[in-house]
Design a protein around this ligand. Structure first.
Ligand code: NAD
Length: 257
């Protein structure tokens, strides 16, 4: 499989799953645009490292995915966008009656509405190119719920719904839209939750990983960013041309429970 000559734009990709996807798509020949809200030397160095390692073009474009205009500007600045990966996401864990309203709005904006803005901007570009792939990084929390994650679960269910609508609106075109639903992947987003949980439950790191984080992941193993990238690459392949409007769980059996 080759994505040579195609451009992939990946939101929220200076870290974790997004960065892993950038590497896997570059490995199969795609030119890559990586993104976050920051604009540091490290961000641009990440792009250079991907270009050098895989022999593709890679640019870092700063855009804040909490702002609809900046989401649309990201696609415009990318110039071309054959593959759109909506990946940017944040988390906040608190009971719904204590959940800060501003945090709710921010999670809905970054985790859900950004995908609306980027998709709206990218579809005309894909149509002009005659081919396109939209892959939304949802979550096991796009299909199931957990307490204290109201905004995140709402946003991720919303993304799964939006994926189906985009698939139907592009069904007769050479464009597909799908969502990948990861279980727990050991990234900075998850790593941040470990020290507090160790304190809260008076547990060792291993106990937190096995008994709290991976409690609902029957494999008792984290999924990896490489596996996320490989799944996205498959969805971009010809073999996946008739896969549209669906979800692929990469969750060690979580949603089989
Ligand atoms: P991460 O914190 O490592 O990465 C999140 C990325 O989003 C970072 O690059 C960050 O800079 C970017 N980002 C945050 N706010 C942004 C903004 N306003 N504008 C632009 N970029 C922004 O986390 P991750 O675990 O790699 O998460 C990536 C995606 O995968 C998220 O949508 C997350 O919900 C989803 N996910 C993660 C897991 C997991 O276990 N790690 C499980 C299911 C789903």
């Amino acid at each position: 499989m080759s994505l040579s000559g195609k451009t992939a734009v990946i939101t929220g990709s200076n870290s974790g799953i997004g960065l892993g996807i950038a590497h896997e798509l570059a490995k199969v020949g795609a030119n890559v645009v990586i993104n976050s809200f920051s604009d540091t030397d490290e961000d641009h160095a990440l792009a250079k490292a991907i270009a050098d390692e895989h022999g593709v073009e890679c640019r870092y474009i700063q855009a804040d995915m909490s702002d609809g205009d900046q989401c649309r500007a990201l696609i415009e600045k990318a110039g071309s966008c054959d593959v759109l990966i909506n990946n940017a996401g944040i988390q906040h864990v608190e009971p719904i009656d204590k959940f800060p309203a501003a945090t709710w709005d921010r999670i809905i904006a970054i985790n859900m509405s950004s995908a609306y803005h980027t998709t709206a901007a990218a579809l005309p570009v894909m149509r002009a190119a005659g081919w396109g792939r939209v892959v939304n990084i949802a979550s096991a929390h796009g299909l199931t719920a957990s307490p204290f994650k109201s905004a995140y679960v709402t946003a991720k269910h919303g993304v799964v719904g939006m994926t189906k609508v985009v698939a139907l609106e592009t069904a007769e075109e050479p464009i597909t839209a799908n969502a990948v639903c990861p279980g727990y992947v050991l990234t900075p987003l998850v790593e941040k939750q470990i020290p507090d949980t160790m304190k809260e439950y008076n547990m060792t790191r291993d106990e937190v990983v096995r008994n709290v984080l991976l409690e609902r992941q029957p494999s008792k193993e984290f999924a990896t960013v490489e596996q996320m990238g490989g799944t996205v690459a498959f969805l971009c392949s010809d073999a996946a041309a008739q896969i549209t409007g669906t979800t692929i769980s990469v969750d060690g059996g979580w949603t089989a429970l």
